[in-house]
Every structure is written in C-alpha cells, then in structure tokens.
Write a protein that binds this ligand. Sequence first.
Ligand code: SOE
Length: 374
Amino acid sequence: MSATDPLAVGVLGYRFMGKAHSNALARLPMFFPDAPAVERHTLIGRQEEPLREAADRFGFERVATDWEDVVDEVDAFYNLGPNFVHAEPSIAALEAGTHVFCEKPLAPTLEEAEAMRDAAAESDALAGCAFNYRFVPAIRYAKRLVDDGDLGEIRHVRGRYLQDWLVDPGAPWSWRNDEELAGSGALGDLGAHTIDLARFLVGERTGEIREVSGHLETFVDERPVEGEDDSRPVTVDDAYAALVEFESGAMGNFEASRFADGHKNDHTIEINGSDGSLKFSLERLNELEYKGPDQRGYETILVTDESDPYVDHWWPPGHVLGWEHTFVHENYEFLSSIAAGSDFAPSFEDGYRVQRVLDAVERSDERGERVSLA
Ligand code: SOE
C-alpha cells in the first residue's frame, strides 16, 4: 500500500456493530479530514441477500461470505461479529500482516483472548479492541483530572451497566444467551466495558485488579426461538456483581444486568479519591460530575467546549454529541495509528487483561470464594 492509497478495510458483520462502524467510516472525511483515506472494500457475512443489501447501504464495494478470502486482501480487518467468531479470523489476519480492529469482549474465553493477545504481539500489524466508551469526550476529560492528581489517591471505583431488554421472559433467545457462543452474558457483554473503563481511568494510579469476589445469576433459564415453536436454554448470566481490590488497595464495586427494568443503556462510573470525586453516566454522556477539594458538592461540567477532546471536530459549545460519535473517535484513532505506525489503545493486551478479570469473576462465583489474579 503506498502512502497515498486509501486503506482498504474489510468488515466482518453487518448488523448492530457493522452499522455503527460503517457510519463512523463514512463520517471521517467530513469531520476528521486529517484521518487516513479509507476504502470500504469488502463486507463479510453468511447470508448473501441481506449482506448485499447492507453493503449497498453501508457503501462497500464488494461482499464475501468467507472471511478467509478477505483477511489477506485488505489493509485492515474489522471483526464485528459475535464473540465466538472473534479469535480465528483475527489471528489469521494478524498472521497475514493485516491490521485488526476487534469488537469487545476480545473473546468468549480467557484461552482464546490469550491466543489473540499472543498473535498481536508476534505480528507487525496493529491490533485494537473496540471499547468505544474510552472515546467519550467526558471520559477523556475525567482521565485528565485523574492523571493530573485532582482526585488525589484513588479509594473507590464504582461501575455499573444496566439494561432491561431481557426483563420479558418472552424476549427471544440469541447468541448472547449461550455460553459456547458468547462466553458469558451481562458479565462479558457489559461488564467488559466497565472493567476496561476502570483500567483506562485509574489503572496508572491503582495498578491492576488483583483480587475478585464475584456472583453471577440467571433469572430466566430458557427463551423462545424467534419464528420457531421451540425454546433454547440460557447458559450464561443475566446479571453479575463483583467486589474487587486493586494493587494499590483501592476498592472496586462492579455490576451489570439485563434485568434492570427502566434502565435502557445506563452505564455509569464513579471514582472517589482522597481529594475529590467524579461521576459519569452514558445516558448523560456530554456531562461529567466533579467534586474538587474546594467544593462542598458535585458540579456538573458540560464537556462540549472546543478545547475538550474531539469536540472541535464537531459543533460549537452546547451542541451535544451522541453514542455514535464514540465510534467515529475510535475509528479516527485506530486508522491514524495505522497510518502513523504508532501504538493504539485499547490493544489486544488491554482486551486480554479485561478478560482475566471476567474469568476471575466466573471462577469466584463457581468456587464461592475470592480469587486472586496475581
Ligand atoms: C448489548 O445490548 C450492547 O449492544 C453491547 O453489546 C454494546 O457493547 C454496548 O455498547 C451497548 O449494549
């Protein structure tokens, strides 16, 4: 690929994440003109007809029904498929020297995540894990406060991710309900985000999570199969809760649920330090609540000034951003890292370290005791 040729991107998956990332690629030239030029080269999926329809809508030149025909034909391979297809195609792409951007969680199991981490370490290509909430301007602002020491020593991290799309026992079965296909339920789908955000925001001051006490629960153990007169078992958690200890002695309290009736996509994180605190909620993602040492209580900061991360690419102050913009930001950073030959975070090492915590929560639940990650 010459310096001026567009980056040819192959994308596996054309449903929810395929749409989010394709939208992001389409918006880069207008809002991030210094981003590398990208050709939406091939869209990969199993069913030809819906695949072609999606390719037309998402602006892809070609379609393929076998990822093996694509991973060594493009400059970057986006693995946006279900968790059970993350490992093999991503490892094959890295072995072919193709850059890989893989959706979270890295894999269904720790073993597969380790193999992906090792393949990335052995490859000259770049590998990133798409934890998109690191790319919210308010989260970047929060990290700056923590890194600048404005919160002092970190004492508590409190993270939760609440949804309610499975409260109805009649909600259909999907791959997200199956241990073989997903690995875990709310723990890996939602908890992975919160654990990654905690590592991103405080990890440089607290070190890694070193001990875990976890609990998983499945409230509805079988669900109807859409369009069939059949049901399938739910073999993963509907909710998890975990108490963790960081290397620094800081305490973490994490939970996620798909049964939190009234919560649609309520991802929140709160950090308490010796000199101050901050709170973030995805449902108010343009705002950060901050309490510094000289304040009696929290103040709400609207993180939409042109000096705030990424905001100058969009609109004037107060013209708020949304969930989809986080995908534009992460794509900008990943593709710019490819063009610059620089590192990208979150890496597959980051994805693997999140997977270690998820695995420890599951082991702790199985054993009914605290588990060390030392
Ligand atoms: C689950 O419904 C889900 O789509 C997660 O898989 C995503 O990672 C999260 O960003 C939104 O909710």
